[in-house]
Design a protein around this ligand. Structure first.
Ligand code: ACO
Length: 343
């Protein structure tokens, strides 16, 4: 038994900020941002929320899969930027979609979150706990961005992407070749909390030295830079260009595959130079590494499913192809999953 992706969807806010807009806020330039990151603009929420974008992406994924909300028995939302602490975003998505039979919970692992949501859904399905899962990455990073910090505010954007996974069993009497097509590949994932200081953002409910007096004042006035994303950009860059090709190599070896067996490497969209460096280290052509970060910036756990949805809708994904999903980010966390495309 395995599970395959049978539908994808995404939601992107319509409002955009390009590099020239950011240069009005901080001391930077379009040229600097393009050269160092490949990012040209990012989409930013106005009326949308993390939950509303997640629901919209999920609705589109179910439509693409031709699956009714009642058939979904697991909803996972990967996010670090939900507008709600309670209830979880996944329960709100359930309510919006009418997915009354689903078990719902959120998952927080920053930019590796969608890969971990995919792995969790696979484990639930192959373990017999459920049959149909809706997995979503949704982020409103603009709410966590310090718009006075030029080292980070140039990087991030908002959006949501989703995929539907459904159980698939080999038909009785299937040939060995047909059986192999349905093989569940094993993922490889890692975490290293000892390097967590490279990328941090304190909860808005965590104030150092809260006194009875300021407890009663407007908590927003107590926010400082630590309540926004803070990053050691060079440390994250070095971690990504080393760890991502390594973990992809581990996943290939574990599943007895070669790099040439993979049609596309869909990496977390953080920086064009990171994607190019990973391609070079793997010795694979850059054409196998699709990118859309020039349009969206870094949307954390939404970046992989947004790109997957674009490729699916453009007809670039064909049955029989194998795709690598690879995420990396805060934690530190990183991992790679091999996805057989069967549609
Ligand atoms: N505009 C102009 N100058 C800038 C800017 C800016 N926006 N930001 C920094 N600088 C300056 C710095 O102050 C520094 O100046 P100095 O030499 O006078 O001190 C100079 O540019 C070089 O700064 P670096 O930080 O060394 O620049 P770098 O080439 O490393 O690029 C960047 C910075 C783009 C952030 C890069 O480090 C990077 O992309 N790192 C990876 C970040 C990432 O991918 N994070 C997300 C992964 S996890 C997740 O997605 C949540």
């Amino acid at each position: 038994m395995t599970a395959t992706i049978c539908g994808t969807g995404s939601h992107i806010p319509s409002y955009t900020m390009d590099n020239h807009d950011i240069a009005k806020l901080v001391d930077t330039s379009d040229e600097w941002v393009r050269e160092r990151t490949g990012i040209v603009r990012r989409h930013i929420i106005q009326k949308e929320t993390t939950v509303s974008m997640a629901a919209e992406a999920g609705r589109k994924a179910l439509k693409d899969a031709g699956i009714s909300p009642e058939e979904v028995d697991l909803i996972l939302v990967s996010t670090i930027s939900s507008n709600l602490i309670l209830p979880c975003a996944a329960c709100e998505v359930q309510k919006e979609l009418g997915a009354v039979n689903a078990t719902c919970f959120d998952l927080s692992a920053a930019c590796t979150g969608f890969v971990l949501a995919y792995n969790t859904a696979m484990a639930y399905i192959t373990g017999g706990l459920c049959r149909t899962a809706l997995i979503i990455g949704s982020e409103s990073l603009s709410n966590l961005t310090n718009w006075k910090d030029r080292g980070t505010c140039i990087l991030f954007g908002d959006g949501a992407g989703a995929a539907v996974l459904q159980a698939k069993t080999s038909p009785r009497g299937a040939s060995q070749e047909e059986g192999e097509k349905l093989e569940a590949y094993l993922p490889v994932t890692h975490s290293d909390g000892s390097r967590g200081a490279a990328l941090t953002c304190k909860s808005r409910h965590d104030f150092n030295g809260l006194t009875d007096e300021n407890r009663q004042s407007n908590a927003e006035t107590l926010l400082d830079a630590s309540h926004y994303m803070q990053m050691d950009g060079q440390a994250v860059f070095k971690f990504a260009v080393k760890s991502v090709p390594e973990v992809i190599g581990e996943a290939l070896r574990l599943n007895k595959l070669r790099a040439s067996d993979i049609s596309y490497y869909i990496l977390h969209q953080a920086n064009q130079r990171i994607v190019e460096a990973v391609a070079k280290r793997l010795g694979e052509p850059i054409e196998k590494f699709p990118m859309n970060l020039s349009e969206y910036g870094n949307t954390s756990s939404a970046s992989i499913p947004i790109l997957l949805d674009e490729m699916n809708r453009e007809g670039r994904l064909k049955a029989g192809q194998k795709i690598v999903l690879a995420g990396f980010g805060a934690g530190l966390t990183w991992g790679a999953a091999i996805v057989p495309w069967c549609r």
